[in-house]
Design a protein around this ligand. Structure first.
Ligand code: AQP
Length: 332
């Protein structure tokens, strides 16, 4: 590789990406490819921390891979692969688990939220999820990790683990920095604007999926929960409107002041329709591109196989050094 900085990020194949995944993370990944060395992956091993239907997981993984390409990630420019194809992630995870404290994992809000949501399956993988995420990032000594704000706590943990390892075994891992967008780092549910928009939300009206058609997108925005005022302004206490303004700003590039004057004197109905149309038009090329790419299964396979080979070669070098540092005997 050259001396450009290295970016790593991943997304779980737990369903079709939401507008939150898109604005907060994925749509920022493509433009980074010219300035950085980029490594992106579909993190299917993370997905099974919550119970998945195997056939659906397989399909969602392939769709997620094609969706990343449809969102502008070019497997010629970036290393794009499926996490379970690269065994070094699981191997490094074990070493990092042994350098992660029970107390710090216990403080993770995602663990608390998901334990509450799935009380019948609070498994060890869900608990150690952040160690695997640290392995994903540290296996490539990534400098920057573009994520939404909900992943900031996990990234902090990855930084702590890297620092702890460096203290114990001598400077080795790059301590990664979060790369969080200024607008849209946390897109909220359309039905409960106090909660983030999530792929796994049970209420379909709460979530815009990036493959939803135009009518569906407009219908969901029309039903979005707002407030009893009729003023399109960004202000504390107006969570629903603030969220819609954030979304509108993200897809049009207009700032909040411009949005406020555009809708001065108009009602929420006009505003919701405008947001719906802007989002649908913005996502249209992604839908078209996904339809094209996802049909060509042989090409997809070629891409993810080549991506995994490159990722394995790269991360194996890191893992071999880590094995030596912790005192494992060379296998050869
Ligand atoms: N609502 C959001 N707003 C902004 N960014 C978001 N991200 C997720 N939700 C929002 C960012 O998307 C990237 C991929 O996330 P993930 O799939 O790895 O896991 P997640 O954060 O748990 O996403 P979901 O949609 O909520 O999935 P489920 O429902 O399966 O748990 C990350 O960079 C994340 O910050």
């Amino acid at each position: 590789m050259n001396d450009k900085k290295l970016i790593f990020s991943g997304i779980q194949p737990t369903g079709t990406f939401t507008l939150g995944n898109y604005i907060g993370a994925v749509r920022n990944w493509g433009p980074l490819q010219d300035e950085y060395n980029c490594i992106y992956c579909v993190v299917d091993m993370h997905a099974i921390t919550v119970r998945q239907d195997p056939a659906k997981l397989r399909q969602n993984t392939l769709n997620s891979y094609a969706l990343l390409m449809a969102c502008g990630i070019d497997p010629e420019k970036s290393i794009l692969f499926i996490q379970s194809h690269v065994k070094t992630h699981a191997e490094l995870n074990w070493i990092l688990c042994c350098n992660t404290q029970f107390g710090e994992l216990s403080r993770m809000t995602q663990f608390k939220d998901k334990s509450q949501k799935h009380p019948d399956d609070i498994n060890a993988g869900l608990f150690t999820y952040p160690s695997l995420m640290a392995a994903d990032i540290l296996a490539y000594n990534a400098d920057l990790v573009p994520v939404g704000v909900d992943q900031k706590q996990h990234l902090e943990l990855a930084r702590n683990v890297a620092q702890r390892f460096n203290q114990r075994y001598g400077d080795f891992f790059t301590v990664p920095e979060a790369y969080i967008p200024k607008v849209g780092a946390k897109v909220m549910s359309l039905q409960d604007p106090a909660k983030k928009m999530s792929k796994s939300d049970d209420n379909p009206n709460a979530v815009i999926l990036i493959l939803d058609d135009k009518d569906t997108i407009i219908r969901k925005f029309k039903r979005a929960v707002t407030d009893s005022e009729a003023e399109v302004v960004y202000r504390e206490g107006k969570d629903g409107i603030n969220n819609l303004m954030t979304i509108y700003s993200s897809v049009t590039g207009k700032d909040f002041a411009a949005i406020e004057s555009e809708f001065a004197g108009k009602g929420y109905g006009d505003f919701k329709l405008a947001v719906g149309e802007a989002v649908a038009d913005h996502l249209e090329p992604v839908r078209t591109e996904f339809a094209r790419i996802s049909q060509d299964k042989a090409f997809l396979k070629e891409c993810y196989t080549a991506g995994a080979e490159k990722a394995l070669k790269y991360s194996q070098r890191t893992l071999s050094k880590v094995y030596r540092k912790v005192g494992f005997v060379d296998a050869r």
